[in-house]
Every structure is written in structure tokens, then in C-alpha cells.
Design a protein. Structure first.
Length: 259
């Protein structure tokens, strides 16, 4: 046996990886052994592969997916760009979560004044977007707004977000544009949002803290044993292009079942 070859256990200690990890990386083609005994299946490595093993450990500690690790080791240009972008998105989400937590710590659990209002049925153009979980709802909503307004709709406009009351792993988000008499839908689905009695609360502040106000609305309904019918509506009053995030006004509404 070539004396430069190291058995997997010895190489694992040298490369700061476990034997299980080395076997897995071999199966995935990320780090192949220098030699495999055809009779025993034992894997052997060269000491010069230790740098590669340590590089894998470093990249994994930085949350780089294994598929991307392979690209980095092969010298693919820009392989880490997608990872960086993903981390930036996650960091932004964490900051939004922290802002909401700080608000709860400062003000306690939300308890906004709720009123019961009567709303007429309205004719709307609707587009749908799929959100990959609760944290993706904001992106999906923004995408729906962009699709509705991309057809050259003239201001002023009235937009309504429609969300399921019970959020699942995959969330169907709808955004509706209220149509005037004779208005076209630009290829979007046209339907009528039903009217009736709604529990309503006003949220003032960033869109990413709307969930706190939604909690207050649903808690109010639950305390009074009000039967509710979805979807939860977000009526966007302010134009975010000209309004500071802390001053954005949004009405949250949920239909009340008739007794």
C-alpha cells in the first residue's frame, strides 16, 4: 500500500471531519477518496486532500449548501453570490422579527380598538401569488401588487390584500384592485368581493408588523365568540412610494358570520 495514503479514520482526524461526513461527501461527489479497495470498500485519502476537507468544514460552518460547496471547490466563479443573497434576505427577515419583538416588549401584546363596520360588495381584478411560508408573504404580496399595477393603471387606486386566516406552509396570497364602473382588468381575473359586516382595525406602521395588529383583531373576535369568514383583508390606504413606513395606514378586516 502506498505510504502516502491514509485510512479514512486517520484522515478524518486530519481534516476535522467525521467518518460519516467523509462517506457522505464521497457519495455526493464533493470529496472523493484517493483510493477505494475494491475488495473491502475501505476508503483511503492523501494528506494533500486535508486542505479540501478543511475548506468543506469552513464553508459548511458559513451555511453554504453542499451543492454550492462543490462549485466553490471546483473554482466556479460567483458560486457564493446566491448564498450571500439568501443570507441577506434571512438577515432582513430576522431584523423585521426583532422589530416586532421589541414592539411587544415595549407595548405588550397588541390590543387595538376594533369596530364593526358594514361594507358593500365590490368588483375587483384579482391576481394570485404563492408564498413559501409565512416569512414569504410580504414578497408574494409585493409581487401581486406589481402585476396589478404593471398594466398602466392610473392613480388613484385602491388595493386589497386577501390572506387565509390559517396560514400553512404554502400560502396562497391574492391582491385585488378595486374597479370602477367600466374599468377593465388588464387580463386579471374579475370577481366580486362579498359585502356584509366586518370586524375592522386600523394598523399604522410598517407592513411587516401588520401581523401584530392582525393578532389583536382575531383575539377580539375570539373573545366575543364571533364566527368569522375569511379571507383576512388588508386595505392599503397609504401609498408606500410617498409615505414613510411608520406612517403607513392599513385597515384590517375580517367578515363576521351572520347570527
Amino acid at each position: 500500500m502506498d505510504e502516502e495514503l491514509l485510512p479514512i479514520g486517520q484522515f478524518a482526524r486530519l481534516g476535522r471531519l467525521s467518518v460519516k461526513q467523509l462517506r457522505r461527501y464521497d457519495e455526493l461527489g464533493v470529496l472523493r477518496p484517493a483510493y477505494v479497495d475494491v475488495e473491502t470498500g475501505y476508503r483511503y485519502y492523501r494528506a494533500s486532500q486535508a486542505r479540501e476537507a478543511l475548506s468543506i468544514g469552513l464553508l459548511r460552518s458559513l451555511d453554504v449548501p453542499l451543492a454550492v460547496v462543490g462549485e466553490v471547490l471546483s473554482g466556479s466563479a460567483g458560486a457564493l453570490e446566491g448564498v450571500r443573497e439568501g443570507l441577506e434576505v434571512e438577515l432582513a427577515r430576522r431584523r423585521r422579527t426583532l422589530a416586532s419583538l421589541e414592539r411587544v416588549m415595549a407595548q405588550g401584546l397588541p390590543s387595538e380598538p376594533v369596530r364593526v363596520v358594514s361594507e358593500p360588495a365590490v368588483r375587483v381584478a384579482v391576481v394570485r401569488e404563492i408564498a413559501a411560508g409565512v416569512e414569504d408573504v410580504g414578497r408574494a404580496t409585493s409581487a401581486g401588487v406589481a402585476r396589478l399595477l404593471g398594466g398602466g393603471v392610473e392613480p388613484p387606486v385602491r388595493l386589497i390584500g386577501l390572506f387565509p386566516v390559517d396560514l400553512q406552509e404554502v400560502v396562497e396570497v391574492e391582491v385585488a384592485l378595486v374597479l370602477g364602473e367600466g374599468d377593465g382588468a388588464g387580463g386579471a381575473e374579475v370577481r366580486v368581493l362579498r359585502g356584509g359586516r366586518f370586524a375592522s382595525v386600523t394598523h399604522v406602521g410598517p407592513y411587516d408588523q401588520i401581523s401584530l395588529t392582525a393578532y389583536a383583531l382575531l383575539a377580539w373576535c375570539a373573545e366575543r365568540r364571533c364566527g368569522v369568514r375569511g379571507p383576512l383583508r388588508e386595505v392599503y390606504v397609504s401609498d408606500p412610494a410617498v409615505t414613510a413606513p411608520d406612517d403607513l395606514v392599513t385597515h384590517l378586516m375580517i367578515g363576521l358570520e351572520e347570527s
